[in-house]
Design a protein around this ligand. Structure first.
Ligand code: 5GP
Length: 193
């Protein structure tokens, strides 16, 4: 997605060997015009696949997932990272190791929001080693629902996430694919859309 790649080049900051900071438009401050376009691009790709829910994980997945859900006209569900006393009914959980925080946390979704009739599009901001997506897939499948595909805003193709998901049979659709960092600059490879 050219608009996204241009924005990454303009405002993204490479941190160390393998982190891209995009807090001025995606992961902290959110540029709703750009993220709305991202949502529309996901929706256009999946409009004929019968998606009934978009699922993400808090916090930075919420913005792109919400715009994708709006464009597909389906609900968006975000998995919660902290236990909450209001979640007092059936909850589905998975353990997720966070690449950026380097801690394992339990993520959960109330079971009432997913049914065996659901066809789910997972949307997340980044794909690194695929642990967030893997945890979401575990929860969605425990509910008996079907995972149609994983939609990623920024894939770091030099990490293992895509291979992990594709080998397990889940299609990955990424709007920007980072091949490598060279002298602190992003080098892209061809994106899926
Ligand atoms: P994974 O679970 O695929 O290993 O990592 C994906 C999660 O880690 C994303 O939900 C995202 O929050 C975070 N993440 C991974 N790599 C980066 C990165 O380079 N920059 C930022 N801002 N977040 C990242």
């Amino acid at each position: 997605m050219k608009l996204l790649e241009d924005r990454i080049l303009k405002d993204g900051n490479v941190l160390g060997e393998n982190i891209l900071k995009v807090d001025s438009f995606l992961t902290h401050q959110v540029d709703f015009e750009l993220i709305r376009e991202i949502g529309k691009v996901f929706a256009e790709k999946f409009k004929d696949t019968g998606i009934t829910k978009v699922v993400t994980i808090e916090a930075s997945g919420i913005a792109p997932a919400l715009y994708a859900a709006e464009a597909l006209d389906v609900p968006m569900i975000f998995a919660k990272k902290a236990k909450n006393i209001t979640m007092n009914e059936g909850i589905l959980t998975a353990e997720v190791y966070s690449f950026t925080k380097q801690v394992t946390s339990t993520v959960s979704i109330a079971s009432k929001f997913l049914t065996p009739e659901d066809k789910v599009l997972i949307v997340d901001d980044f794909l690194a080693n695929g642990q967030a997506a893997k945890g979401l897939i575990q929860i969605i499948e425990e509910a008996g629902a079907h995972v149609e595909a994983v939609g990623i805003v920024i894939e770091k193709s030099f990490q293992d996430g895509r291979a992990l998901l594709e080998e397990a049979g889940y299609p990955v659709v990424s709007l920007a694919r980072l091949d490598r960092f060279e002298n602190g600059q992003v080098v892209f490879k061809e994106a899926d859309i």
